[in-house]
Write a protein that binds this ligand. Sequence first.
Ligand SMILES: Nc1ncnc2c1ncn2[C@@H]1O[C@H](COP(=O)(O)OP(=O)(O)OP(=O)(O)O)[C@@H](O)[C@H]1O
Ligand SMILES: [Mg+2]
Length: 246
Amino acid sequence: MVYTGPRRVKTFVSGLDEQIESGIPVGTVNIVSGTPGSMKSSFAYNLLYHNAHKIGLKGLYISMEQDVESLKAQMNRLGMAEKTNKLIVEDYESLEKKLSTTAFQKIKFEQDWISRIRMYLEAFDSDAVDLLVIDSLDALYALTDVENPRKELFHFFKTLRDTETTCFLISEMTQNSDKFSNYGVEEFLCDGIIHLDFKRTGTILARLERFIGIVKLRNTNFSTQYFPLQHEEGRFKILTGDDLEL
Ligand SMILES: Nc1ncnc2c1ncn2[C@@H]1O[C@H](COP(=O)(O)OP(=O)(O)OP(=O)(O)O)[C@@H](O)[C@H]1O
Ligand SMILES: [Mg+2]
């Protein structure tokens, strides 16, 4: 089937899409990186949720660490409670159960999770899913013996690209690190890197402030500025020069 949807996927972070030529190019593989609690899962879920409800794009969210109930409860608290059959959320347990059914016979014998997810995605017919989130790459690595990262991740990223879905792979960063991914090679293989960051501001009553920056986005002119990121009244927004009266 010929794809007739938009050429760019909106992030649904108010103000951000204007900075990246209206959105993330369709069919690309992107990394969402950040330290613990930097709202990686919320950012990715927000993108799938609003694209499902407002644009009608079908999303698959694979949550390898947090179970479906806990993830959904957290997202409900952020104002994303409305149900839709255009957003499927799988966790480790539900996926394992699904993969053990006869429809996925072959996958059952694959031991490592990178291969399992590759085969699972290959089994989808090409227009079953528009948007995919894997939360997180690091959880997948913990369940997989990656002997030759350059080679194995090359094939994994190729599979993702071949599905023609727009992918968001969540990657955990350690504090004060400039490494956006575990092996480093992912940063070269991906088309885009979205960085969610925390900064401590103030001295006596110091507090953490959130920022979002686009580190890389192929085929797109984007601002290299880091923007303050807020979540208020059920939506994400960035603050730009106009808001900050710079
Ligand atoms: N409205 C809000 N504004 C700012 N922060 C919020 C808001 N609502 C929830 N949070 C905080 O966001 C954090 C959770 O975000 P999320 O789980 O998306 O982060 P994460 O980067 O995926 O975390 P992890 O590394 O644990 O997977 C929590 O610390 C939560 O308290
Ligand atoms: Mg998370």
